[in-house]
Design a protein around this ligand. Structure first.
Ligand SMILES: *[C@@H]1O[C@H](CO)[C@@H](O)[C@H](O)[C@H]1NC(C)=O
Ligand SMILES: *[C@@H]1O[C@H](CO)[C@@H](O)[C@H](O)[C@H]1NC(C)=O
Ligand SMILES: *[C@@H]1O[C@H](CO)[C@@H](O)[C@H](O)[C@H]1NC(C)=O
Ligand SMILES: *[C@@H]1O[C@H](CO)[C@@H](O)[C@H](O)[C@H]1NC(C)=O
Length: 946
């Protein structure tokens, strides 16, 4: 630890004797130096002895000045920007070569400006990357000259470019390769305290994710170091525009949001982390982590005090022209450098204590928030935001009690994956907002499940679970901009703000809302082809009802067997079905006895056939088939990172050629957990769950019901052995018997060729008595499976995953190879799937390609997306819009089509249906009744989930 000797007192004691004595000699010295070339020689930096008194050379005074300037910087407040922003402000990122060159007007749009939604359509004019004016369209008073580009709209929604305050793209680029993972400084030498590293030093200004993210409307992202370390390092805000600089080259500086602003005036951000990650990586306990952190803070505090003492003493020495004091202050101290005590290693931590760095803490659980608040009080630093914070909804008042106005930057439905994320709550946004806690949603981008491109869908999900519309829109625009202290530039669309704008194809909180155009610094980033002739859909989707109405509640608590229910107000049915009759009014009535449909049609007709025990009156009822999910977790893994909550995954002792080695999911299902709850509110009644094992031989999947109370004795398992699963691809490479992908292909061939006619699992697979589901993503690997299909035509081969299938869609269709496609909303995260189609607005929808090529396929969520299952119908709706399909068709791909492809027959087929209040193909609908089509019973009644 560097201690500064206490010199501050000395000048005061000697001052009365010195002033007169020194003026003349000093002048003489200066004169002497001036008239000799010595002034410029190295010797001049030494103290010149004169009359036995130490005298300081001018260069030394200059040095003192230089250090004093740093003192001034320490105490200089951050640059503050006047609000409201003036309309004539310039955008420091703009340049005359590649910057926005033509003034642009978006005419006749509905604007959410960061605060509120315009009451009537407006025209937005921007030039040189800055919004200049916003005026009512009806006033028609914008001046348009011949150089102005005017885009005519029909009331389309415009929002500020979205702001994501937590991303790791650029630091970790797509497709992920081992050498480009630069987001966490994990190193025994530096340890868990690395405030001195900077994400800036890791950015790869060619990461394709940047463009993909921008296509979701996200124009600003804070790139943070990862969360392995207690103090992870400094973070940097960027705009998601590659090659945006003057020379359109791949330059990091051109990405920075504060490009064009002097470096010393730029905002600084720090990443910190509580809880599981630093604990796991460095094998400390929370106690150890806290001690390491406090010890580090104490060092920084000492340094700060030494600096302040030095600065005070130096200021006085300078005022008094006190050579002796100045010499002492500049002499070699313990650091060997002399002058102002500084340590580069502690620079950001001292900045933290000086309130000059915006602190962002990855922290999930109540006890971890509380502990970090204690530390902030002990050392006097301000926490700007808690990130992830999936338990924040449990302690909003604790978080508020700090008085620090801490932003909670969280996920709306991504959760459950680890213990500290297991308390995630779909209503968290609503609860936090009710307590007045500033709320932002953010991505944590890198994996598909944190893909920043879908940031907006988190706001939409939170809205459907009760977060008011305006707060939902603010949670991805102005709130994160404020938390980042960049709200003078981004997060708002007002005169003087950066021209980062998104034009949406419908209300941004709707299922599958997607940008028609994204402007960054006034530059359009998408090819805009669509004609805007129809009035835009800007109606906001509804919220889910929180609980069942009282009459339904009482019905739900009654035994549900043996009752006849009359349900009125059904406006739409997506059932394929025999029983549905047409209704001229779009107001159907259903009569259900024990889950059997007695009548479904005109009210008069149905109401007359029978007496009934209960009437449920819906306002906007919908009937949807029960959906089927395909999962490696549901029933087998509850908390992904906790092995004791899972069936297990180790395949190291397995002989893949021995069918006895296969794991059967049917033996391991536990019919409870939060994912089951979420599946019930998503209208997902069945799951094909495959073993979560590693390696080539995954094992045998099973078909299970998700309704409450299901178990292995009461029909909860409706299809014992659904399919035999193998992996051909990177995921299987770790296994001893399939160290290469090519070996996996060979192994699959061998299994199919050597087991024909045998009465074993592999025999059944070879003979087509059980489907063989091959998990494969890459297009060339898919072609290998086609070849296997040709060589072993009896086997029922199915490819699951199939990310790159659109590239070989014709070959797949010709071969008649069925797919269970999981990449409708995927991303080129891995090398083996780098050529997948990311979908509109950047590419054609991959699902559309499959349909147009006549591929036989069903759809499923990406593996590991069980947390998202409550939104499965909304995913279906989004896919339908993107692919230009009827919603009904896509719903079918998530249910019956799966049964077709796996060859399910009779009672194995999913004939469940779900009655909803609201349209489940939009956010905000609730499940009212779930009907098991197999048992002909009502098995769910206003299910709830967290
Ligand atoms: C911008 O406008 C402000 C008043 O809003 C004015 O004081 C300032 O001089 C203007 N600056 C320029 C560069 O026009
Ligand atoms: C603005 O859009 C609406 C549809 O929302 C349309 O009826 C109206 O004619 C448009 N006005 C102008 C000036 O384009
Ligand atoms: C608290 O922070 C939010 C968002 O950052 C901001 O909108 C609000 O004005 C702040 N409130 C106070 C009292 O500073
Ligand atoms: C649907 O019909 C029923 C029965 O006639 C009626 O009570 C209900 O108000 C109607 N609902 C709607 C939304 O029209």
């Amino acid at each position: 630890m560097k201690e500064l000797p206490m010199r501050a007192q000395a000048p005061f004691r000697r001052r009365p004797f010195r002033v007169g004595r020194l003026v003349l000699p000093v002048l003489i010295v200066i004169g002497f130096l001036w008239f000799t070339s010595d002034y410029h020689t190295p010797q001049s930096k030494y103290i010149v002895e004169f009359h036995g008194e130490p005298q300081l050379a001018q260069s030394q005074w200059d040095r003192l000045d230089a250090h004093l300037q740093k003192c001034e910087e320490y105490n200089r407040p951050l640059v503050s920007y006047a609000l409201p922003v003036s309309a004539n402000r310039s955008n420091p990122r703009w340049n005359p070569v590649s910057g926005q060159s033509q003034t642009t007007v978006l005419r006749n749009v509905t604007l959410f400006d960061g605060d509120s939604i315009s009451a009537e359509p407006v025209d937005i004019l921007f030039e040189e990357g800055v919004v200049r004016s916003i005026s009512s369209t009806s006033a028609n008073d914008i001046e348009i000259d011949s150089h102005t580009v005017v885009r005519h709209y029909n009331g389309e929604f415009v929002t500020p470019g979205l702001v994501d305050m937590h991303s790791h793209h650029l630091a970790l680029s797509w497709p992920i390769l081992s050498v480009s993972k630069d987001e966490n400084e994990i190193n025994p030498e530096t340890g868990p305290l690395t405030p001195m590293v900077r994400s800036l030093d890791s950015l790869k200004p060619y990461d394709i994710a940047t463009t993909i993210i921008a296509s979701g409307g996200v124009t600003t992202s804070l790139i943070l170091p990862g969360s392995a370390n207690i103090m992870g390092g400094e973070a940097f805000p960027v705009k998601n525009l590659l090659r945006g600089g003057e020379h359109s080259e791949e330059v990091v500086e051109d990405l920075l949001l504060e490009h064009g602003i002097p470096k010393e005036d730029r905002r600084r951000y720090l990443k910190m982390a509580c809880g599981e990650n630093p604990k796991r990586v460095y094998h400390h306990t929370r106690m150890g982590n806290a001690w390491k952190f406090r010890h580090h803070m104490a060092r920084a505090k000492d340094l700060r005090e030494s600096q302040d003492a030095w600065c005070a003493a130096a200021t006085i020495a300078k005022q008094n022209r006190d050579s002796s004091a100045a010499a002492g202050l500049l002499a070699d101290g313990p650091s060997g450098k002399g002058g102002l005590p500084e340590e580069l290693e502690l620079d950001s931590t001292v900045a933290m204590l000086r309130g000059k760095i915006n602190i962002n803490v990855h922290c999930y659980e109540p006890e971890d928030f509380e502990d970090m608040l204690l530390h902030s009080e002990e050392f006097g630093f301000h926490i700007q935001a808690f990130h992830h914070a999936l338990s924040a909804w449990k302690v909003p008042e604790l978080i508020k009690s700090s008085g620090q106005n801490i932003t909670v930057a969280t996920f709306s439905d991504f959760s459950l994956y680890k213990k500290e994320g297991y308390e995630g709550n779909l209503q968290a946004g609503k609860i936090l907002a009710e307590h007045g806690v500033p709320l932002a949603f953010k991505s944590d981008h890198v994996e598909p499940n944190t893909n920043a491109r879908y940031l907006l869908s988190q706001a939409a999900t939170a809205h459907s679970f009760g977060l008011p519309e305006i707060l939902a829109l603010q949670s991805v625009t102005s709130v994160p901009a404020r938390s980042l202290e960049l709200h003078h530039r981004v997060g708002y669309t007002k005169p003087g703000y950066d021209a980062d704008l998104v034009v949406w194809n419908e209300h941004p909180l709707s299922a599958g809302a997607s940008p028609l155009q994204v402007y960054i610094d006034g530059r359009s980033t998408l090819e805009e082809t669509a004609k805007h002739s129809e009035p835009a859909v800007v109606q906001k989707p509804s919220m889910r009802a929180e609980t069942a109405p009282e009459d339904v509640q009482s019905f739900c608590s009654d035994p549900k067997h043996g009752v006849t229910v009359l349900i009125t107000g059904i406006s739409s049915s997506y059932l394929e079905s025999e029983h549905v009759k047409q209704s001229s009014e779009g107001n159907l009535t259903m009569v259900l006895t024990n889950g059997k449909v007695d009548c479904f049609g005109e009210h008069a007709e149905c109401a007359s056939i029978k007496s009934f025990d209960k009437v449920i009156s819906l306002r906007n009822g919908h009937v949807l088939p029960g959906l089927t999910t395909i999962s490696n977790g549901l029933g087998l893994v509850e908390i992904l990172s906790e092995d004791s909550t899972a069936d297990g995954a180790d395949d190291s002792k397995v002989n893949i050629y021995d069918p006895e080695s296969a794991v059967y999911a049917k033996y391991g299902i536990h019919f409870e957990g939060k994912t089951f709850d979420r599946s019930r509110i998503g209208g997902v009644t069945r799951s094909i769950t495959y073993p979560a094992t590693d390696g080539f031989l995954k094992g045998v999947s099973t078909g299970i019901k998700t309704s409450e109370g299901s178990n292995p004795l009461n029909g909860g398992i409706y299809k014992d052995d659904a399919a035999l699963h193998f992996v051909v691809g990177q995921e299987a490479k770790g296994s001893t018997q399939t160290p290469t992908v090519s070996k996996s292909v060979a192994a699959l061939r061998k299994i199919l060729s050597q087991n024909k006619g045998k009465d074993t699992l592999y025999g059944k697979a070879a003979d087509g008595k059980i489907a063989v589901v091959v998990h494969t993503e890459n297009k060339y690997d898919i072609l290998q499976i086609i070849k296997i299909k040709k060589d072993y035509p009896k086997a029922r081969l199915v490819v699951y995953g199939a990310a790159e299938a659109p590239s070989v869609a014709d070959e797949i269709a010709t071969a008649g190879l069925p797919l269970i496609f999981t990449a409708a909303h995927s991303a080129p995260v891995t090398w083996e799937s780098k050529d997948l189609f990311v979908g509109p607005p950047l590419t054609i929808s991959p699902v559309q390609v499959l349909v147009e090529s006549d591929v036989n396929f069903a759809l499923a969520l990406l593996p590991g997306f069980d947390w998202h299952i409550a939104n499965l119908p909304v995913e279906a709706a989004a896919i339908a819009k993107e692919a230009g399909l009827e919603a009904k068709e896509v719903v079918n791909l998530f249910t019956r089509k799966i049964d077709d492809i796996l060859g399910f027959e009779g009672s194995e087929r999913n004939t469940d249906f779900v009655i909803w209040e609201g349209n489940p193909l939009e956010y905000g609908a609730n499940v009212v009744l779930t009907v098991d089509g197999d048992d002909k019973a009502i098995v769910g009644c206003w299910p709830e989930a967290q």
